[in-house]
Design a protein around this ligand. Sequence first.
Ligand code: NAD
Length: 433
Amino acid sequence: MSVVPPPLSSALVAEQPRVSAYEIATANFDRAADLLELTPEWRKLIRSSFREVRVEVPLYRADGSLVVFTGYRVQHSGARGPFKGGIRYSPLVDIDEVRALAETMTYKTALVNVPFGGGKGGVNVDPRTLTTLELEHVTRRYISRIHLLLGPNRDVPAPDMGTNAQVMAWIVDQYGRQHGYNPAVVTGKPLELGGSPGREQATGRGVVITALAAARDMGLVPSDLRVAVQGFGNVGMNAALLFAEAGCRVVAVSDVSGGYHSPSGLDLADIRGYKEREDGDGTLRDYAGAGVRLVEHADFMGVDCDVLVPAAVESAIHEDNVASVKARIVVEGANLPVTPGADRALNEMGVLVVPDILANAGGVIVSYFEWSQNFQQYTWEEADVNQRLEKMLMKAYADVTSRAKALGSTLREAAFVLAIDRVVKAEKLRGSL
Ligand code: NAD
């Protein structure tokens, strides 16, 4: 009988980042804390997690073997509202990654000014190795061990890498068994269980909104832009489709199976159909559209394009591949996809980087709309959701660009200065600790 998690897939092992998510989060924080002249005590208070929980998640597989996964929930800061952040299923999940992602959520919710703090959860499971029923069991076991920490006014999870609306539906059900039905306990739910129109596309939509705003500031229009997107999941696929809808030419996409490049533009409807086909494995493995050439993972960041969107994993652009980047704009669809050394290099190369806490905040903005709709028991029109999303995100974009001008800083430094300052102010207003 096996009692250890199944082995990591070789693709993921090969991609294991050399700079950890926590090191990237530390660099982001330290630079902004220096600009804000925060004292050592305030640095310590703001950075440390409010609460970190580690649980065992056992599963009897369909063949009778036992596997034991490890689950985490980190609540980083609740100074500005309930903890908010996704749940990730990936064999690479560990406490340092979840801690870094939870802290990143605190600054993202502060930057776009939604009434949440930051949190994150994860289980070190590769969902592609489980049946649907096994995935449901893992989800129920994980939630049954952390349900006391959750709640619409305590901690509100959402989907992240490896999870989706179906996983959120199981969470609503499992949480409801102990606490009564309350859809506001998670966001990113199916529409039938209180999800919001527009939530599934929201993160990708936000990536496109911020990318086009950055391009506009450089005097570029959508038809000038050739776009490459790493990751063809919730964020990457929706961003690619919306870039094309806006009139850009999407020349390359990649997923865990590799990269697919066509300088004259990819047929995204065909690629999406291939990914979603009944007998497929949900990846683009062996995709062979007309005029499409394969690109190795190691070469993807060097694809000739104007806008490069890392929308998959952390540390995707690092010191060894940054020199190959040809894009003029990098838009961080993923969390923490650029290492600090690569970030400095991009800046020196004159590449504009739209940071994650701005570029991928569309998801948490529409999660806020979903949560609000659940309290009202009232569903908004999708057009209304999209319009409000654009307004909130463009306000944050304008705040960041004007603060960057005032500071003479990068967009990342300005975004973190704005966000950390708001968290410090909220913490101070709450009074004695
Ligand atoms: P997902 O699981 O839906 O998709 C991930 C995609 O990345 C898949 O296509 C997968 O094949 C691909 N991938 C995995 N490893 C890869 C590799 N080494 N090279 C290339 N592609 C690889 O996940 P998602 O929800 O789209 O999340 C992607 C990123 O965006 C994560 O960093 C996540 O934290 C961040 N994010 C997600 C949301 C959201 O609303 N889902 C919101 C904000 C940020």
